[in-house]
Design a protein around this ligand. Structure first.
Ligand code: SIN
Length: 489
């Protein structure tokens, strides 16, 4: 797919540090659909990371003093520019990440919704006046920005994940050093260019790009830097745990949005058409490469065969193809490692007794050297299979038959992860019994599309902590200062 942008200035190939675009572009960004070169960006070093932290630290003193209404107005301008460039940004996302163009453009609106939301929240960061336990004192709890925030984002949503970290940070009065994923840095740079165009002062937002090999060098520079007071990360649980351990010496505040292993339960009283529809939405968004994707599907014995038949018909009809083809519904996987993992999961499931109903193989699309895997339905999945224990992060639906509510809820919870869970039932008592029993940060009841800027996104257990979006999203970027004034009696 050739990258044709209406506004070519959105295609940036440098770091943004202290308001200047700098760095030698040596790291290749390629299109996962065919391996073709999209652009080069710099392969950052510790010195770049330190320069970014210097700039963010210097800018913090001024930015925190900017009145909330002005910060909000600036975020609004950024939001409007993002939406004005929706088409270009969607193309950029689709080219470097691979998702179909309509999804890429949808992601731009999703990302922008967080910017708009936090523009509004900026003006509502109220503190508290606390009834004093003794005469003559006034007790107050004030909200303050935590300081410089390091933002480390994944490749699956190149715009939305960075927007929903940067927007609350800026709204709270923090300054930012950001490192986008090595596979998808171009969207982040384009968003930063638009933030600059919106009038963001130099140093308030800094973006450093790096290859997979150099990423630890960049991130370590921020981890070791006491001036970086918070780290917000979306990615795998092992990396999140490593970052938490490494943040201990400087006691950084952390937001960790980590791996998931979402169960999707279809009870015998479910509306089966709605359940199939919900599963298609939740599972195949971004080709199955989302943390909240159903990873394990449990279907009651009484409706199992009918459900699988309808599901298989829908999955078999999905059109797999490059982003450039408007009929594509599933794009390529992000890289060769991703396809290797999906293939390993399917082969392991089959070796342990699962049957392939649809798909179950790599695909060659257009004779290209892209990273393709066929949308797949497996039946007869069991808890010992890799696809039940690890996040597959691809278009594979492993289905398990069940008969008992308590047993299926116990199995749904029998994982270290706790990001999202879904279930379909028409029974009102069961709805609350199961919603209460599921050990996850997010629960979908008769609904497959859960994400919204107004809702709190985040997990429990090994899926991390902190919440993004919603009225709680700003809290992660603030601390509470207790102020006590005496001598008032
Ligand atoms: C994710 O996959 O981490 C985010 C998905 C979402 O925002 O819905």
């Amino acid at each position: 797919m050739t990258l044709v942008l209406h506004h070519t200035e959105l295609l940036r190939s440098s770091h943004l540090i202290d308001g200047r675009w700098c760095g030698e572009p040596t790291h290749e960004v390629t299109d996962p659909a065919d391996g073709s070169l999209v652009a080069h960006v710099p392969d950052g070093r510790a010195a770049d990371a330190r320069a970014a932290a210097d700039a963010a630290h210097a800018a913090f003193a001024g930015w925190r003093q900017v009145p909330a209404r002005q910060r909000a107005a600036l975020l609004k301008r950024w939001h409007n520019l993002v939406m004005a460039h929706q088409d270009d940004l969607g193309r950029l996302i689709s080219r470097e990440q691979g998702k179909p163009l309509a999804e890429g453009q949808g992601e731009v609106a999703y990302a922008a919704s967080y910017i708009e939301w936090f523009a509004e929240q900026a003006t509502r960061a109220n503190g508290e006046v606390i009834p004093s336990p003794v005469r003559g004192r006034r007790l107050m709890a004030l909200r303050e920005p935590v300081g410089v925030v390091a933002v480390i984002t994944p490749w699956n949503f190149p715009a939305a994940m960075i927007a929903r970290k940067i927007a609350p940070a800026l709204a709270a009065g923090c300054t930012v050093v950001a490192k986008p994923a090595e596979d998808t840095p171009l969207t982040a740079l384009a968003l930063a260019a638009l933030a600059q165009q919106a009038g963001l002062p130099a140093g308030v937002l800094n973006v450093v790009t790096a290859s997979r090999e150099r990423t630890p060098e960049v991130v370590d520079a921020w981890l070791d830097d006491d001036r970086v007071r918070k780290l917000s990360f979306t990615g795998s649980t092992p990396v999140g745990m490593h970052l938490a351990r490494r943040s201990a010496d400087t006691l950084k505040k952390l937001s960790l949005e980590l791996g998931g292993n979402a169960p999707f339960i279809v009870f015998d009283d479910a509306d089966l058409d709605a359940a199939v529809e919900g599963l298609m939405q939740a599972k195949f968004r971004n080709g199955g490469q989302t943390c909240v994707c159903p990873n394990r599907v449990y279907v009651h014995d009484a409706v199992h065969d009918r459900f699988v038949e309808r599901l298989a018909a829908r999955v078999g009809a999905l059109r797999v193809g490059p982003a450039a083809d408007p009929s594509s519904q599933i794009g390529p996987m992000i890289n060769a490692r991703a396809v290797d993992k999906i293939e390993r999961h399917v082969q392991d499931a089959v070796a342990r007794g699962a049957q392939v109903v649809v798909g179950g193989r790599r695909l060659q699309v257009g004779g290209s050297s892209g990273h393709w895997y066929a949308p797949t339905v497996l039946v007869g999945a069991t808890p010992d299979m890799a696809c039940a224990c690890e996040e597959t992060f691809g278009p594979v639906v492993p289905v398990t038959r069940f008969t008992d509510e308590a047993a299926v809820v116990a199995e749904a919870n029998a994982t270290p992860y706790g990001l999202a869970a879904y279930f379909y039932t028409q029974n009102a008592q069961r709805i609350w019994r199961v919603a209460d029993a599921l050990e996850t940060g997010i629960v979908g009841i008769n609904e497959g599309a859960l994400a919204a800027e107004a809702a709190p996104f985040g997990g429990v257990k090994h899926s991390g902590y902190g919440r993004e979006g919603s009225v709680h999203g700003l809290d992660d970027y603030q601390h509470i200062k207790y102020v006590c004034q005496g001598g008032l009696a």
